[in-house]
Design a protein around this ligand. Structure first.
Ligand SMILES: Nc1nc2c(ncn2[C@@H]2O[C@H](COP(=O)(O)OP(=O)(O)OP(=O)(O)O)[C@@H](O)[C@H]2O)c(=O)[nH]1
Ligand SMILES: [Mg+2]
Length: 251
């Protein structure tokens, strides 16, 4: 069971217009500081936030209750002039949890009116999160023959392909920066990772490594995924034949 909280800035579009047209730098600074606070407050509660579209964040909130969400909303309300909406959903797959959160906001199913929280909370029940950490093997070599902008173009093509592939598996993929991607995964992570690695090789000529982590919270799952990925590098750098996928579980 995966619980997802979608955080969105209320009435952001109309508010941006009030800044006049010399606003882009202000908006970028605001979005960056908002992301920093959201990541900080949720990671303090063992969750990981994903930057979705800068004005919207996805947080995997397994283990968090409604009261935990209210406490975080209160802190964000103290820090920012703009108000945020939280929509919470839980389901067997990450994509369906996103649908439930969306449905909770649309209906609406109000969980806390004062602090703009909607949806359905699973809280501490049934905690298991699977995260994949994908990374391009030896991107540094490509950087010697391709310019930074061309590398970015390749990374976004990879992201687009990953997003489409994992959406079909009801999993959610996010770009983390550099050549790093994380997928909040459905079950069968290993099998899907293998298939995607083959696709990236065939379609984009990119070699990927994938660390998989299974934990009780998203922060723990991400930690174990990165640990698995670092282990793949360690095996490779010791001169042995490396696996493309490695899984570490806390269970
Ligand atoms: N978000 C995130 N970015 C990282 C992480 N590790 C490295 N990076 C970024 O990824 C870029 C590429 O680094 P690497 O992937 O280590 O370089 P590489 O040549 O591909 O080396 P290998 O992945 O070991 O084959 C770095 O410049 C960082 O921007 C990580 O754990 N998370
Ligand atoms: Mg790499």
């Amino acid at each position: 069971m995966i619980q997802i909280t979608i955080i969105k800035i209320n009435e952001y579009g109309p508010w941006t217009l009030t800044l006049g047209c010399d606003r882009e730098h202000e908006l970028q600074m605001l979005q960056a500081s908002l992301y920093k606070e959201v990541q900080k407050l949720f990671s303090d509660k063992n969750c990981l936030a994903f930057l979705n579209r800068s004005d919207e964040f996805f947080v995997v909130t397994n283990g968090l209750t409604l009261n935990d969400h209210i406490a975080i909303q209160k802190k964000l309300e103290e820090l920012f002039e703009l108000k945020l909406t939280m929509s919470i959903g839980f389901a067997q797959t990450p994509f369906d949890a996103n649908l439930k959160a969306h449905e909770g906001k649309q209906s609406p199913v109000i969980l806390n009116k004062e602090h703009n929280i909607f949806g359905f909370v699973n809280g501490k029940a049934d905690q298991k999160v699977t995260i994949m950490h994908f990374d391009v093997d030896d991107l540094s070599s490509s950087r010697k023959i391709k310019s930074p902008y061309e590398i970015s173009s390749t990374m976004f093509r990879l992201y687009s392909s990953m997003l489409e592939f994992f959406l079909e598996k009801k999993s959610l993929a996010f770009f983390m920066g550099g050549d790093n991607f994380m997928v909040v995964s459905n079950d069968n992570a290993k099998e899907y990772a293998q298939k995607f690695i083959q696709r990236a090789k065939a379609d984009l000529n990119l070699l990927l490594n994938c660390g998989i982590g299974i934990g009780k919270t998203s922060r723990e799952a991400a930690k174990l995924a990165t640990k698995s990925l670092d282990k793949i590098r360690e095996i490779r750098d010791s001169g042995k034949e490396k696996p493309e996928i490695l899984e570490t579980s806390c269970f």
